[in-house]
Design a protein around this ligand. Structure first.
Ligand code: HPA
Length: 277
């Protein structure tokens, strides 16, 4: 089976179980509760990744591993609770498979969220950051290999990965709610180790404001197939060496929980404000 067949087969199974979607949202570490907390009457259907042919399994604690389809402000939104990371050993084609499947289902707007370490020293744990651009220091690219011409070009333009109009909507939504939303550059490192203090100093010099282990592959795959993309990082901890304390996954999850209310309010307002064609 070639990759387009794998994509189409998964799309058909999801669509059969959950129907179509207008917008998709990838919920990052500690942010998955957004879908869990949706009022029951908004939820349309769910499907576990394990029930989708060709899908790998999510293995990180705090990632549920399912799609939840819900109705938000008259729009059908597909929430991905749990994503696939390359540090888990998943090939890049698997990491970006859900994005391509969603695109195949007709989704043209993708919201990517993640937990990230704060590199910009004016951030604090709990800061929400609008991703303006990325640095890919993961050493990998999901488009490596034969180009899938049905999806997009061999050499895609990356000068506007994060759609300016969506960024404007996010800033307006945050302004209306009185939620501070900082702007910045997200740097992807390979993980699964957190960075060393020297690496954090390096990426700061290179222009990063936040550092994490996800989001860039999905951003690249989405840009490749001409999707509109919005990215939001939750700064769950200050990156290594900024504070004189170690980083651990529990802190990442705790901060996600602490900002859950603000994050949820912002997400809902953004979803309300996005006009689908
Ligand atoms: N580094 C990389 N990834 C992360 C971090 C971090 O400090 N915090 C949450 N995800």
């Amino acid at each position: 089976m070639n990759e387009m067949e794998r994509i189409s087969r998964a799309a058909a199974v999801i669509e059969n179980a959950c129907g179509k979607a207008d917008i998709a949202v990838v919920l990052g570490s500690g942010l998955g509760n957004y879908a869990a907390n949706l009022p029951e009457e908004r939820v349309i259907a769910e499907i576990s990744y394990g029930d989708i042919p060709g899908f790998p399994r999510a293995t990180v604690a705090g990632h549920a591993g399912k799609f939840v389809f819900a109705n938000i402000a008259g729009k059908r939104v597909a929430f991905m609770c749990g994503r696939f990371h390359s540090y888990e050993g998943h090939p890049m084609a698997d990491v970006v498979l859900p994005v391509r499947v969603l695109n195949r289902m007709g989704v043209n707007t993708l919201i990517l969220t993640n937990a990230a370490g704060g590199v910009n020293t004016s951030f604090t744990p709990g800061t929400l950051m609008l991703i303006e651009d990325y640095l890919n220091l993961s050493g990998k690219n999901p488009l490596t290999g034969a180009n899938i011409d049905e999806l997009g070009p061999r050499f895609p333009d990356m000068s506007r990965v994060y759609t300016p109009a969506l960024r404007q909507i996010a800033l307006q939504a945050a302004g209306e709610l009185g939620i501070p939303l900082r702007k910045g550059v997200y740097c992807m490192m390979s993980g699964p180790t957190y960075e060393t203090p020297a690496e954090v100093r390096m990426v700061r010099i290179l222009g990063a404001d936040a550092v994490g282990m996800s989001t860039v592959p999905e951003s690249i795959a989405a840009a490749h197939c001409s999707m509109e993309v919005l990215g939001i990082s939750c700064i769950t901890n200050m990156a290594a060496g900024v504070l004189d304390q170690p980083i651990n996954h529990a802190e990442v999850m705790e901060t996600g929980k602490r900002v859950e209310k603000e994050f949820s309010a912002l997400m809902t307002r953004i979803l309300e404000k996005i006009d689908i064609a």
